[in-house]
Design a protein around this ligand. Structure first.
Ligand code: GTP
Ligand code: MG
Length: 308
């Protein structure tokens, strides 16, 4: 759909601009030559596509160039897009698979400080509501002062149902109560916002484990989704923290945020390549509608300037 693609196109505009500036507009249609191949390699690397993916893209473009000296930039972009699609095979998360089996289906947002958990929780609740689902939000960041208010502000603005306590309250108790409320009201989804924590801080990681244990008293399969919210503008630096979160909680999905603000939009390729955890949504801006379901097709077209 054009509207969806436009979101991706706008969201990845900085990445595309950086790529085309560095390569002197290579994807615009001019002929490939040895030096443009070199600048392309550098540009892909700078945009954080990673060493392996960059090498694979270059190898295929070089092979095509060897066979066809009249190869144009657009052909190179199409080859790059095909490689990316192959690398990202299986990367699209599909929500809803579990939705019929668990009521409510619980989605826990976890991650380091400032990655976008609270914003993503609100945006996702709004999106599900637009889709006709019923949703409860649980304000389980009781650690940071003003965290509950931040989520409440979103909930008020978007008319979302919120279960919250006060700063300093037991986060697991809030999760338990929120689940009970969502159950009693027959809600489809419960979205649990949690406090930001460094993956290296044991006691904070233990709090997450407690939230999970307490939710499991209500439903042994909860939280069905354990999503790591990753700041995409930090690039591939997020891979190591993701590994640690994955070891502790068995992540089921990723949300990559702030991709609109960076020219390193290739980072999600490296993140997926290393972790092989499906990406459900991308954060492409600060408004509610800027949380977009991850589409490999749209992503690939947007970063390489293909499509309408
Ligand atoms: N441009 C842009 N900004 C975003 C996006 N997602 C989140 N932000 C901004 O990033 C900042 C941090 O977002 P939060 O949702 O508060 O992050 P958090 O993970 O809940 O932070 P803590 O609870 O402190 O750990 C806010 O200013 C958000 O508006 C995005 O996709 N694009
Ligand atoms: Mg937060």
């Amino acid at each position: 759909m054009f509207g969806l693609f436009k979101k991706f196109k706008d969201g990845f505009a900085k990445t595309l601009t950086a790529l085309s500036e560095k390569t002197g507009g290579l994807f615009g249609g001019r002929k490939i030559d040895a030096s443009s191949l070199e600048t392309l390699e550098e540009a892909l690397y700078t945009a954080d596509f990673g060493v392996e993916t960059t090498a694979e893209i270059l190898a295929e473009i070089k092979a095509a160039y060897k066979a066809e000296k009249e190869l144009r930039g657009q052909d190179a972009a199409a080859i790059g897009a095909a490689v990316l699609k192959r690398v990202l095979a299986g990367a699209e998360g599909t929500l809803g698979v579990l939705a019929a089996s668990a009521n409510p289906t619980v989605i826990a947002m976890i991650g380091v400080n400032g990655s976008g958990k609270t914003t993503t929780s609100a945006k996702l609740a709004w999106r599900l509501k637009q889709d006709g689902k019923t949703v409860t939000l649980a304000a389980c960041d009781t650690f940071r002062a003003a965290a509950v208010e931040q989520l409440r502000t979103w909930a008020t603005r978007l008319d979302l149902e919120l279960i919250a306590s006060h700063t300093g309250a037991d986060a697991a108790a809030v999760a338990f109560d929120a689940w009970q409320a969502a159950k009693a009201r027959g809600r489809d989804y419960l979205i649990v916002d949690t406090a930001g924590r460094l993956h290296t801080k044991g006691h904070l990681m233990e709090e997450l484990a407690k939230i999970r244990r307490v939710l499991q008293k209500n439903d042994p399969t909860a939280p069905q989704h354990r999503w790591l919210v990753v700041d995409g503008s930090l690039g591939s630096n997020s891979i190591e923290q993701a590994r640690v979160f994955h070891q502790s909680f068995g992540l089921t999905g990723l949300v990559v945020t702030k991709l609109d603000g960076t020219s390193r939009g290739g980072a999600l390729v490296g993140i997926y390549r290393q972790l092989k955890i499906p990406i459900y949504f991308l954060g492409l801006g600060e408004q509610a509608e800027d949380l977009q379901p991850f589409s490999v097709d749209n992503y690939v077209k947007a970063v390489f300037g293909l499509g309408e």
